[in-house]
Write a protein that binds this ligand. Structure first.
Ligand code: CP
Ligand code: NVA
Length: 306
């Protein structure tokens, strides 16, 4: 049984595969899981905006007979009005689990350390593990054996890139990451992923500054926004630095002919990816969004039901 869900890196291989397998099952037969979370309540702390995360956690809870309570950024002012410790100590008296979207990853760790109930990371500046699980479910559905997948990530070495690296490490996929200089994935993430490389021969991580090299022969090309939530002031500067990393038809043509296009959304058409690519038949962005629902239902089940 899972105690918390903060990072894909923390999962055992068994837990990683279990989440993917059960997610496929719940997607096929959602009714079989109806009422599995009856009388359970999830507190959802949001310090940043959201469409997909809020909807999929709330809808997931409702579909399984539970409830979710939304706490907007201005409601609790986590860290300023009240410490993560005090928030954890209050919430554990009323609800069964906490979902948190915040800035510092340490805040999510602190909440989890102090709460007697499970905590789910719904995005920090460091990681976006629910997204990574939904994306690898999507890849598994489309490609089959994850050990044969070559994923290219082009853009900012951010929270989404970090979680994709961890998911690739667990599943034994190959991942090539192309970023501008100074925007590479964090070295601690690379180190942690490489620890898994030793145990899993098919996993391979390649870091480059050349987007063409990264997408060469790729089965899927993934990108994310150039300025993440909290980096709004850097938006213009980043737009210039990242412009050679736009995923457009020319770049897609260097991947395999039927390569998938992936994005966690929200997307800015004309910036990190062209509309032509986002809206092409190769694009699976809405499958990824749908899969957020299925994987998070399973994560909640594994956290809340013995
Ligand atoms: N992909 C994702 O997490 O979307 P939201 O920011 O809308 O939740
Ligand atoms: N990297 C983006 C992901 C949004 C889902 C951000 O953190 O804003």
């Amino acid at each position: 049984m899972l105690k918390e869900f903060l990072s894909i890196h923390d999962l055992t291989l068994y837990q990683f595969n279990q989440i993917l397998d059960l997610s496929q099952k719940i997607k096929e037969k959602p009714k079989e899981f109806k009422n599995k979370l009856q009388d359970k309540i999830l507190a959802m702390i949001f310090q940043k905006p959201s469409l997909r995360t809020r909807m999929t956690f709330e809808v997931g809870m409702l579909q399984m007979g539970g409830e979710a309570v939304y706490l907007a950024p201005a409601d609790i002012k986590l860290g300023t009005r009240e410490t993560p410790y005090d928030v954890a100590k209050n919430l554990e008296r009323w609800v069964d689990a906490i979902m948190v979207r915040t800035f510092s990853h340490q805040t999510a760790i602190d909440l989890s350390r102090h709460a007697r109930i499970p905590v789910i990371n719904a995005l920090t500046d460091l990681l976006h593990p629910c997204q990574g699980m939904a994306d690898f479910l999507t890849l598994k559905e489309k490609m089959g054996d994850l050990r044969k997948v070559k994923l290219a990530y082009v853009g900012d070495g951010n929270n989404v890139a970090h979680s994709l690296i961890f998911a690739a490490a667990k599943s034994g996929a190959q991942i090539s990451v192309a970023t501008p200089q100074g925007y590479e994935p964090q070295s601690q993430i690379i180190q942690h992923a490489q620890e898994e490389e030793k145990g899993n021969s098919s996993f391979h991580l390649h870091i480059t500054h050349d987007p063409w090299e990264a997408v060469h022969e790729a089965d899927a090309v993934y990108t994310d926004v150039w300025a993440s939530m909290g980096q709004e002031e850097e938006k213009e500067q980043r737009a210039q630095i990242f412009s050679p990393y736009q995923v457009n038809s020319q770049l897609m043509a260097h991947a395999k002919p039927d390569a998938l296009f992936m994005h966690c959304l929200p997307v800015h058409r004309g910036e990190e990816a062209t509309a032509e690519v986002v809206d092409s038949t190769q694009s699976v962005v809405f499958d990824q969004a749908e899969n957020r629902l299925h994987v998070q239902k399973i994560i909640m089940l594994l956290l809340l039901v013995d």
